[in-house]
Design a protein around this ligand. Structure first.
Ligand SMILES: NCC(=O)N[C@@H](Cc1c[nH]cn1)C(=O)O
Ligand SMILES: [Zn+2]
Ligand SMILES: [Zn+2]
Length: 514
């Protein structure tokens, strides 16, 4: 069961008026549509809200952290949870596609990748077929990171009208949203206007390992009738205006390991007389990027497509501000002040982030250890026209060359852990047009068309392998705290997002084009 914050409000749980900016309130407080076609089904979505939240509560309780090998059984458990839900809803041809063992680096060489959940709802040749993709794995989370509540227990905050838990916005909330779309149609007695296929994976947060191959294998089989792919796994740019997303950065994730003594050592006995891996590693890591965010690895800037004047105009028209960035980051630490600079550095320039060090002392206290082997983790968000293989060569050569200059007797091994391509689409195709109409229907405003700094590694693969267009239809807001502490999804976004999915499927089904 989920936790209700402010328990005195329990009796009027979930039937309270939603607290929203004024122009949303008009659209969302009752049945949020001017179109009689959607009235019945939107009303049903509103009525089913408690049930939808209950499903989310059950789903987020499973700590499906793909990056944590010890939690792999939980990731697999969540796949089976989804299978049960799909069965209950009458989905057919449900298949758990196994992807084999996880490739190195991995502690357990027999570690199985979590399965991909394929299923189908409807098989009418006269209808279009929409494949919806989502991921059921989540980022790591623990209360010690600074969460206000247990991350794997859903908190329904009545006062703020939000749902808080790891996975609420990324991506369990949006993924389960697709199941609710089907339930709402069933209970409203309205036929789904398209055939719906699902592709739910459990490794997205760890680079979608194994999925690319499966999509290639199934392109002419399970996915052979797919007309369009829709992904709901990203966020509005800010907190007020809905967006549709037509671009993503890619992500190349690296690990650089420095190996030294045979075991961790006492720094009083060995300090000053042996070469310390951690000292070498911090020098390698600090050579990658400066404090202004400039990547210091030579040759990367030259791969980036130049900014055009036409493109500059796009950034000027987007509704966003420095204040929104500061609000979402909870700080005044932005590297840029102008909206255009912020957007370009988030969407169309590469960035390098240093994430952490495996093997180093990281707890409270003052342990006087010399770690024997340390691995620094960093990633580069990639953009057009960067080539992943060329980038990797530049990165590895750079690390080796910096290390060589240190003259250390330790050893270095720099490697790519996973890569996923950037993606940029045509925001005026039939799918985007249908989604824009759907957004207007639900929220009463035209969406902004945005790109995103994050990555969904499989997006380009769907486009290329299935020869279809991909739409990114975000559910949550820019301040949801995905990958961070206190991740949340506003209830109005959850319900509005489900309605938008509904309307998008209907408008896309009606569209004369594919
Ligand atoms: N909601 C999308 C998301 O969070 N994607 C991850 C994908 C990723 C790539 N490498 C590791 N994870 C992201 O970090 O952008
Ligand atoms: Zn995600
Ligand atoms: Zn994520």
């Amino acid at each position: 069961m989920f936790l209700l914050k402010h328990s005195r409000l329990v009796s009027r749980t979930l039937s309270v008026q939603l607290i929203q900016p004024s122009y949303f309130r008009i659209q969302m407080s009752t049945v949020s549509t001017t179109n009689p076609k959607f009235q019945k089904i939107f009303k049903k979505v509103d009525e089913l809200k408690p049930d939808f939240i209950q499903v989310l509560a059950e789903a987020v309780e499973i700590p499906a952290v793909s990056a944590d090998e010890s939690l792999r059984p939980m990731v697999i458990k969540k796949a089976h949870f989804l299978v049960d839900k799909l069965k209950q809803l009458g989905f057919e041809d449900i298949q758990l596609k196994e992807l084999g063992v996880q490739p190195p680096p991995v502690n357990d060489p027999k570690l199985q990748l979590p399965p991909v959940v394929l299923s189908r709802y409807g098989n009418d040749p006269s209808k279009k077929t929409v494949l919806v993709y989502g991921h059921y794995d989540v980022q790591p989370a623990s209360i010690e990171d600074g969460w206000d509540s247990e991350p794997f227990k859903l908190v329904v905050d009545e006062e703020k009208q939000l749902l808080k838990a790891r996975g609420s916005t990324d991506d369990t909330g949006p993924l389960t949203g697709w199941l609710h779309v089907v339930r709402a149609h069933q209970e409203a007695g309205i036929e789904l206007p398209v055939n719906l296929l699902t592709c739910f994976e459990g490794m997205e947060e760890s680079g979608s390992l194994g999925l690319e191959k499966l999509i290639g294998q199934e392109a002419d089989k399970y996915f052979k009738d797919v007309d369009a792919v829709c992904i709901s796994d990203n966020y509005w740019l800010g907190t007020k205006k809905p967006v549709l997303t037509y671009g993503l950065r890619g992500c190349n994730y690296y690990q650089v390991t420095i190996n030294g003594p045979g075991a961790d050592l006492h720094s009083g006995i060995f300090g000053g007389v042996i070469a310390e891996p951690m000292v070498d590693l911090v020098q390698v890591l600090s050579s990658l990027v400066d404090s202004k965010g400039k990547i210091l690895i030579k040759g990367i800037d030259e791969m980036v497509a130049p900014v055009t004047e036409k493109e500059m105009k796009l950034y000027e028209d987007i509704d966003f501000s420095l204040e929104e960035l500061e609000e979402a980051s909870g700080s005044k630490t932005a590297l840029y002040e102008k909206k255009e600079d912020i957007l370009m550095h988030r969407w169309r320039f590469p960035s390098l982030s240093v994430h952490g060090v495996e093997g180093a002392f990281s707890s409270q206290g003052a342990k006087t250890v010399i770690p024997a082997k340390v691995s620094g983790k960093f990633s580069i968000r990639t953009v057009p026209d960067m080539d992943s293989a060329k980038l990797t060569k530049l990165v590895i050569d750079h690390c080796n060359s910096v290390f060589e200059k240190l003259g250390s007797p330790n050893t270095i091994h720099a490697e790519l852990i996973h890569d996923g391509n950037y993606w940029v689409s045509d925001p005026f195709n039939a799918q985007f047009t249908a989604a824009a109409k759907a957004t207007k229907e639900v929220y009463g405003v035209d969406p902004d068309f945005t790109r995103e700094g994050g990555s969904i590694p499989i997006t380009l693969t769907f486009e290329e392998q299935l020869k279809t267009s991909v739409l990114l239809l975000p559910m949550g807001r820019g301040d949801d705290g995905a990958h961070s502490i206190n991740e949340k999804l506003d209830i109005s976004n959850f319900i509005g997002g489900i309605k938008t999915m509904v309307a998008y499927l209907h408008y896309y089904a009606e569209s004369p084009e594919n």
